[in-house]
Structures are given as structure tokens and as C-alpha cells.
Design a protein around this ligand. Structure first.
Ligand code: GDG
Length: 482
């Protein structure tokens, strides 16, 4: 238990907000990555490490951080290491290269990708700032765990200084096929892949993504892989699948908690004898909300008996709203819902109940628990945790999951009603099938999906990754294939 766990991600799991009179507010983030790592540490992971350090952008200036960091650190299980990035650089690195090139391209939206030299240069410079901030703090027996597409070149930058350091990199989004990856200028392809190959273990949600990565490495870095690993600069690098999951117990327990029950009772009363469809996503064109609405619209037009007898609660959490494509997506959704509600609904009933804001955890779980159908239709999604959370919540074994076959989660949740998110008719038909599915069939499918989610929960994911990294390190004696 001598080594430390060193996590690096774009953002720290805390942010400091300046308030009036020189004060500050410490806000803990509650994203998927933070809850994944926290629940792993709580359930035994902590014993494996002497300390946990988390490096990332704190979303505040060094002056504000200076005032608040002691208190923030005292409240946390992590030692925070802030990486300060100025506003202009952050804009080009985050809104630019990360979210206007890598995000759309890796999600198979090449026409949304913006190839901009200044964005690339800033992305590399910001990654260098990450390296500069963490290098003086790293000890050679630390286990470094880098997360996501914002920091792809970082492993390579750390490797220059620490030839033997244990470095894992996990990508939370898909990795695209070479045919898409090659649309990036060659110098950028090289920088991204050689940076990723600085890790010892590169983790993805599915084997498809891992295979695409290995294929790109072969084409761009001219290094052949043997099985799932390749030799790069004399070091063996492994690519593998680690399908991220959720804290199953948290959702089980939450489903039975008095707060969730209270919200659930309210929703059940509100719903009356109507059917309830539910979805919750960040605002993102990859989530397929337009097609979801079109599919629901078609379902109502094709099955007019359901008019007035079903409500779709659509929750969208604001996200990346400084990027034009996101603002356009918001506008398109608003307009579609406005038109649909006024053409099909009346004062007494609206087909879509739209909420454009984050909802509290208990309310989200109550909606998972009281809906008849969860409608999850991303055009591409690395994994999709909402699908797994819905399944884990349904201790009553009721409810139907409609899931896009283009989400990573579809590889595991094969007992969902799987649909192609570009096929509006298939979505419409699946809604009808789902709403009319006998309870025995619902229970059978739900039990199979619950067994799958419980069989590989978030702790399995984190343990699997850390053990695998340790094994890769052990096997790295030379050219041994792992
Ligand atoms: C990326 C990848 C991959 C959402 N709305 C509310 C809320 N949430 C929580 C959900 C869930 C998380 O946010 C969303 O996770 P997803 O996996 O669905 O999607 P991304 O944000 O796109 O995440 C994705 C993931 O990373 C992990 O690797 O699965 O493919 O794109 O946990 O519960 N939570 C609350 N209120 C909301 O309104 N409380």
C-alpha cells in the first residue's frame, strides 16, 4: 500500500465560485467520473493506495483558489492539484479542439468537426500545462490514471520524464474507425496517438473502440499489434475494453428511500392512468433527441388511441452552450416540442413535458422508478450510464428500456428493445411494443439486464482497470505479449 493513486482529468471534482464581499463557495461536482471513482474508493479501493491525488482545472483563478483550497482539501478524500488555464486558452482547448473537433469526430459527426490550427496548438499547450503542473508532484511508484479526450497527449508528455511510471488512460467516448480518424491532419494524428501510446494501458468502453485504436496506431504510428498490444519505443502498450458501470447499490437503496418514494408518489398521482415515458440527457446532438421526438410523434400519429393517454417527460441538462452546434440543437428541440405540443395537445394534455435544467438526484431516481418506458436513443454514445441507472433502479422488475444499438451500453443490455436511432419508424414501433409489453416479459428482460449490470458494477470496472494496469506493468519486461 505504498503507492499513490494520481487521477488526472480536465476538471477537478470541485470548483470554487467567488461570492460577494471577497467570499467563496466550494462546489463539489457530481459527474459520472467523480461518482465512479468515489464509490470505488469507498468500497475498498482506498485500501489499495496510500493517498489519492486529483489534478485538473478548478474553474477559478489562482487567487480565488488560494483563499479556498485548504478548506476544499479538508472536505475531500482527494488532495487537489489545480491546473490553472487562462480563459482564452480554455476556450480554444475545451470548446475548440476538444468539443468542436474530437467530440464530433469521435461520435461520427464529421460534418460538425472544425479543423483549426490555433485550437490544436492551444490543446497541445494546455496539455503541456497539465504535464508541467503534475510532473513535480509525481513519484515514480505512483499509479497515474488519466481520463478522457481532453488530455489525450498527456501520457506521452509524462512518459518523457518517467520511463517506468504506471500510466493508465481511459477514454469515456467512442474511438472512431481509421476512415474517420484519418480526416485529422497527419501531424495531429501523430501527436494524439503517440501521446496515447505513452500510457501502458489504454482503456475503452468496448472492444470495437479498442480495435479502432489499434488499427489507427498501425496505420499512423506504423506499429503492428499482436493481439491487443503493441510495442512502442521499446515498451509494450495494451488496449482493452472496460465497460464503465454504476454504483448499483446506490440506485437500489435510493429506489427504496423515503425521499424517492415521496417524489414517486407525486409522479404516480400526476400520471394517473396515463403511461409515462422518461428520458434524461445532457444537451448534446449525439444524444439523438430530435429523432427521439420524431419517433414519439410518429407513434402518436400512428396510434391516435394513445392521444391524451401518454406523457413523455423529457429532461435536458444544459451543456456546452457556448458552442454554436449546441445552441442550434437547443433551438431545434424547443421548436419541435412547441409545434408538437400545440398540434397534438390541448390545454388539458400536452404530449411532452419538457424540463430544460438539471433535476435533483432523488427526483431523477423517482422518475426512473415511476416511468413505464425509458427512451434512450443516442446517435452515438461511448457507454450511456442513464440506461444502466434506470435498470438498477427498477427493483419492482417493471418498466421497459428502449435503447439505441449505437450506444456502448447496447453491447451489454441486449435485453432492452434495441433500435436504430436513425429509424423513426422503428422507434415509433418500439414505443408501442414497450407500452404494451406484458408484465411477465418486462420482468424477464429487466432481470436479465439487472444481472448484467450487477455482474460488472463500477467497482468491478475500477478494480479491473487498476489490476490490469498492474499486470501490464509486470509483464513489461521486454517484448512479452500480454
Ligand atoms: C460520458 C459519455 C459515458 C444526467 N442528468 C441529470 C443527472 N445526470 C447524470 C446521470 C448519469 C450522467 O449524468 C450522464 O452519463 P451518460 O453516460 O449518460 O452521459 P455523458 O454525460 O455524455 O458521459 C458516456 C460516460 O461519460 C461515462 O464514461 O457513459 O457515453 O458520453 O450518471 O445520472 N443527474 C442528476 N440530475 C440530472 O438532471 N442528478
Amino acid at each position: 500500500m505504498s503507492n499513490r493513486l494520481f487521477i488526472i482529468s480536465n476538471r477537478l471534482p470541485v470548483s470554487i465560485e467567488e461570492t460577494e464581499n471577497n467570499g467563496y463557495d466550494i462546489k463539489k461536482s457530481s459527474g459520472g467520473l467523480v461518482s465512479a471513482i468515489s464509490s470505488y474508493l469507498k468500497s475498498g479501493g482506498k485500501e489499495a493506495f496510500s493517498e489519492q491525488i486529483w489534478a485538473g482545472f478548478p474553474d477559478c483563478s489562482p487567487e480565488v483558489w488560494q483563499k479556498a483550497h485548504a478548506e476544499a482539501n479538508a472536505q475531500s478524500e482527494y488532495d487537489y492539484l489545480p491546473v490553472f488555464i487562462n480563459k482564452d486558452d480554455y476556450n480554444l482547448y475545451y470548446n475548440g479542439f476538444s468539443n468542436s473537433l474530437l467530440w464530433p469526430l469521435f461520435h461520427y459527426f464529421p460534418s460538425f468537426a472544425e479543423y483549426n490550427d490555433e485550437d490544436f496548438e492551444t490543446y497541445m499547450r494546455v496539455n503541456r500545462s497539465f504535464a508541467d503542473a503534475v510532473i513535480p508532484q509525481i513519484r515514480k511508484d505512483d499509479m497515474v490514471w488519466i481520463h478522457d479526450y481532453h488530455v489525450l497527449p498527456l501520457a506521452g508528455m509524462l512518459r518523457e520524464k518517467f520511463p517506468d511510471l504506471s500510466i493508465g488512460l481511459f477514454l469515456h467516448i467512442p474511438f472512431p474507425s481509421y476512415e474517420l480518424f484519418r480526416t485529422i491532419p497527419k501531424q495531429w494524428q501523430q501527436a494524439l496517438l503517440s501521446g496515447m501510446a505513452g500510457a501502458d494501458l489504454v482503456g475503452f468502453h468496448t472492444m470495437d473502440y479498442a480495435s479502432h485504436f489499434l488499427d489507427c496506431v498501425e496505420q499512423v504510428l506504423k506499429v503492428e499489434h499482436e493481439g491487443q498490444s503493441f510495442l512502442y519505443n521499446g515498451r509494450r502498450v495494451k488496449a482493452d475494453a472496460f465497460p464503465i458501470s454504476i454504483d448499483v447499490d446506490l440506485f437500489h437503496k435510493a429506489a427504496e428511500s423515503p425521499e424517492v418514494r415521496r417524489h414517486k408518489n407525486n409522479y404516480l398521482e400526476l400520471k394517473g392512468d396515463k403511461k409515462l415515458i422518461f428520458s434524461v440527457d445532457r444537451l448534446d446532438y449525439t444524444k439523438g433527441v430530435d429523432n427521439r421526438l420524431k419517433g414519439y410523434h410518429k407513434f402518436l400519429l400512428d396510434n391516435p388511441d394513445y392521444i391524451g393517454k401518454v406523457v413523455f417527460v423529457l429532461v435536458i441538462v444544459p451543456s456546452r452552450d457556448e458552442i454554436t452546434k449546441y445552441a442550434e440543437q437547443k433551438k431545434a428541440i424547443d421548436e419541435y416540442i412547441g409545434n408538437m405540443n400545440s398540434s397534438l395537445g390541448d390545454i388539458a394534455w400536452q404530449p411532452v413535458l419538457y424540463h430544460y435544467n438539471k433535476i435533483p438526484f432523488d427526483e431523477m431516481v423517482a422518475l426512473y422508478g415511476s416511468c413505464d418506458l425509458a427512451l434512450i436513443t443516442p446517435l452515438r454514445d461511448g457507454m450511456n450510464l442513464v440506461a444502466k441507472e434506470f435498470v438498477a433502479t427498477r427493483t419492482d422488475k417493471k418498466g421497459v428500456l428502449i435503447l439505441s444499438e449505437l450506444a456502448g451500453a447496447a453491447r451489454e443490455l441486449t435485453d432492452a428493445l434495441l433500435i436504430n436511432p436513425n429509424d423513426i419508424t422503428e422507434i415509433a414501433e418500439a414505443i408501442k411494443t414497450g407500452l404494451e409489453m406484458p408484465v411477465e416479459a418486462q420482468a424477464r428482460r429487466m432481470e436479465a439486464m439487472q444481472a448484467c449490470v450487477a455482474g460488472y458494477d463500477v467497482n468491478s470496472w475500477a478494480t479491473d482497470l487498476t489490476k490490469s494496469l498492474t499486470a501490464v506493468k509486470k509483464n513489461q519486461s521486454g517484448t512479452e505479449v500480454t
